[in-house]
Every structure is written in structure tokens, then in C-alpha cells.
Design a protein around this ligand. Structure first.
Ligand code: PLP
Length: 389
């Protein structure tokens, strides 16, 4: 069957949704294509083809370890961030049945739903709150500790607001208490400097957030930390993750880690976008502004406007952004992250996330600003009862 080229009409569209996923960098794609075509052996086979695959796998592990400063033996490849989070959380907790787990109420569902499943399996769970800026207080973590606590899991940066948690302090509290600490580093690894050997015992990484493809990720497991595996099968990944290794995916992840784009410059574009929106639309407000954030993200609420409607209005103008709301059984649920920060359901529903990436230009940012102004004006004309600001 002949593949049909999809007509995405990409030339007229601009991508501002990098926290959802990033495009695969062309060099990464080429690296992956070559590996897929030429290095097809099973990395467990002892013949020439197997050994070539093994070399690529271990090269990728070394590249990742060198970028994120840890020992290659501390890296386990997974199918992505969700699996890395699940491996860390179930892996620690299931070794201590009935133990206590601490997490925050702004975590990604990959963490929150893993923790609530553990609750159903007989563990107890403390959800620590966040303040108005979206920050977890290290003191709340300390107060939540119990003799039976087996795990603290707190994300590094929030996917909706970009807010960075004080993960160094939280890891130090865990270490002092002799409790294993995991951090979901999916929105930071590959984007801001991450030094794995200095913080939590377990850190999740996802390739598709920094130019590698979907379906590959990794879990950093500090030397000495024992995990119960999620899968049972062969002795792959030193008995920590059974299943024939995804060598092209791992190679792409290693290559992307070794050849990172610089995301730090995006703060200037993000701030330009924020300033522009706040000055043109006075009723707009930044959710999670005023605290340390990853450089590419801003989450803005436009009171009186549905975030979903803004996403569609901007899409029609050629700009891809996102709202934090989740659609469950036909109803749009407000974001649990924004509610936890003290926003009302209406304010949470009126919020939009803009997440920039290394390929965005100043001209695109200015175009987005124009599009936001025109979309707000249009949507406010459609609902005249809202307060105009
Ligand atoms: N954790 C965070 C903070 C995320 O943003 C995401 C993806 O959006 C995940 C985990 C899940 O990662 P993956 O899509 O690789 O399974």
C-alpha cells in the first residue's frame, strides 16, 4: 500500500505546545533512521548483529549519563515518562506493602494515578498542597513524614505552569529521613541543566519533550536503590525492565541528549509574550508567575473566556496552544493543578498554556500576540455579558 502524504498545511501553522510534545529534531530522525535500518539485531544476541545493537544501546546510555551526570549503570530505558514514573513509584512502594507515600496535588496523572492505585492496594497517601504560585513547601513534606513513609514523589517542573519545585531541599529532607525520593523530571530533563547525581534517588525522563521520538524515556535509579520491576520477562536492563530493548529509540534519546538545543534563551520570548498579553489585555493574569519556572512556559487566564474556546480560536488563526482542562465524559473538567493553586473552577477553565520551543522565532511570538488579541476581542464580542477589561 502506498503511503499518502498528509496535507497538514504546516507552513501556515505555528507550534506553541512544546510541553505536550516536541517535533523530532531532523538530526535525531536521521540518526534513528540509520539505526533502524542498519542496527536491527537483538541487543541480547551474541552474534555480530546483536553486539552491534548492544554497542548502540550502551553508547546511548553513556550519552544520557554524561549529559545528566550519573553513572551509565544508573540509567534504565523505558517506554517514556509514564512508565518511568510507574516503575519508580510502584517499584519502591510494592517492596513495602502498606507503607505511606507522599506526593503533591499538582503532579501529572502518571504520578497521581499511580499513587491512588497504590492506595487501593493498601498503602496510605498524603497529598501535600501548593501555595498560590503552585509551590510545594518543604516544611509540609517534613511534617507529612511518618515512620512508615517509603516514598516521596514530587515533580521537578509542572507541565501546565512550568513552576519549578524546590526539589533539592525536598530530596535533602528525604535523605535525612531515610526515605526514597522520586522526581518526575519529564519537563526539565533536556531543557534546563539537570544533575541527576545531586538530587532525588529516582528521576523520570521522557524523550519526546526534547527532540527525541515518543515511546522512549528513562529512569535514573541511584546506585543502591532496589525496585520491584513492573514487568516480568527476560533479564534485560539488569533485571529492572524486561523486554527486548528499543535500540533505535534509545539511540535517538542518547543522540538528542548529546545534542541539546539551548532552551535558556526562550525566557526572553516567553517574557515578551507575557508582557505583550498583559499590556493589551488588562484582565489577563499569569498563573504561577513570580516564582522560578522553566524558560519556555507561561499559563495565562483570560477571565470570562473559556480556555477551550481560546485554543480553537488560536488554532483557526494558525497557532497551536493548549488549555489545561481535561475532557472527561463529555464535560470539560478544570485543571486540577490550577484548582490546587486556589483558582476558581471558572478561572481555571479560562486558562491557556503557551509552551515555546527552540525553533520559535520573535516574529512568531509577535504573530501569536496579535492572534491572542484578535481571538480575545472576537470571543468577548460573542459573550457580551462578560466584564470587558
Ligand atoms: N510527567 C509529566 C510532567 C509530563 O508532562 C508528561 C507528559 O506530558 C508525562 C509525565 C508522561 O510522559 P510520556 O508522555 O513520555 O509518557
Amino acid at each position: 500500500m502506498r503511503a499518502t502524504k498528509l496535507n497538514w498545511n504546516l507552513a501556515q501553522h505555528y507550534y506553541f505546545d512544546h510541553n505536550a510534545t516536541t517535533p523530532v529534531a531532523p538530526e535525531v530522525l536521521e540518526n534513528m533512521r540509520e539505526t533502524m535500518a542498519e542496527v536491527y539485531g537483538n541487543a541480547s544476541s551474541i552474534h555480530y548483529y546483536g553486539q552491534a545493537a548492544k554497542r548502540h544501546l550502551e553508547g546511548a546510555r553513556r550519552a544520557l549519563a554524561s549529559r545528566f551526570q550519573c553513572d551509565p549503570r544508573e540509567i534504565v530505558f523505558t517506554s517514556g515518562g509514564t512508565e518511568a514514573d510507574n516503575l519508580a513509584i510502584f517499584g519502591v512502594a510494592r517492596r513495602k506493602p502498606g507503607s505511606h507515600i507522599i506526593t503533591s496535588c499538582v503532579e501529572h496523572p502518571a504520578v497521581l494515578n499511580a499513587c491512588t492505585q497504590l492506595e487501593r492496594e493498601g498503602h496510605s497517601l498524603t497529598l501535600v498542597p501548593v501555595d498560590g504560585a503552585g509551590l510545594v513547601s518543604p516544611d509540609d513534606i517534613r511534617r507529612a513524614l511518618r515512620p512508615s513513609t517509603s516514598l516521596i514523589t514530587i515533580m521537578h517542573a509542572n507541565n501546565e505552569t512550568g513552576v519549578l519545585q524546590p526539589i533539592g531541599q525536598i530530596a535533602a529532607i528525604a535523605r535525612e529521613a531515610g526515605v526514597t525520593c522520586h522526581s518526575d523530571g519529564v519537563q526539565t530533563a533536556g531543557r534546563v541543566p539537570v544533575q541527576l547525581n545531586a538530587g532525588p534517588d529516582l528521576v523520570s525522563v521522557s524523550g519526546h519533550k526534547f527532540g527525541a521520538p515518543k515511546g522512549i524515556g528513562a529512569l535514573f535509579i541511584r546506585k543502591g536503590i532496589e525496585l520491584q520491576p513492573l514487568f516480568y520477562g527476560g533479564h534485560h536492563e539488569r533485571d529492572r525492565r524486561a523486554g527486548t530493548e528499543n535500540v533505535p529509540g534509545a539511540a535517538a534519546l542518547g543522540f538528542a541528549a548529546a545534542n541539546l538545543s539551548d532552551w535558556s534563551g526562550l525566557a526572553a520570548f516567553r517574557d515578551r509574550l507575557e508582557r505583550g498579553i498583559l499590556s493589551r489585555i488588562p484582565s489577563a493574569q499569569v498563573n504561577g508567575g513570580g516564582t522560578a519556572r522553566i524558560p519556555n512556559t507561561t499559563n495565562i487566564r483570560f477571565d470570562g473566556i473559556e480556555g477551550e474556546a481560546m485554543v480553537i480560536a488560536l488554532d483557526l488563526r494558525g497557532y497551536a496552544v493548549s488549555s489545561g482542562s481535561a475532557c472527561s465524559s463529555g464535560a470539560v473538567e478544570p485543571s486540577h493543578v490550577l484548582l490546587a493553586m486556589g483558582l476558581s473552577p471558572a478561572q481555571a477553565r479560562s486558562s491557556v498554556r503557551f509552551s515555546l520551543g527552540p525553533a520559535n522565532t520573535e516574529t512568531e511570538v509577535d504573530g501569536l500576540l496579535e492572534a491572542v488579541s484578535s481571538a480575545v476581542a472576537h470571543l468577548r464580542r460573542l459573550s457580551p455579558e462578560v466584564v470587558h477589561g
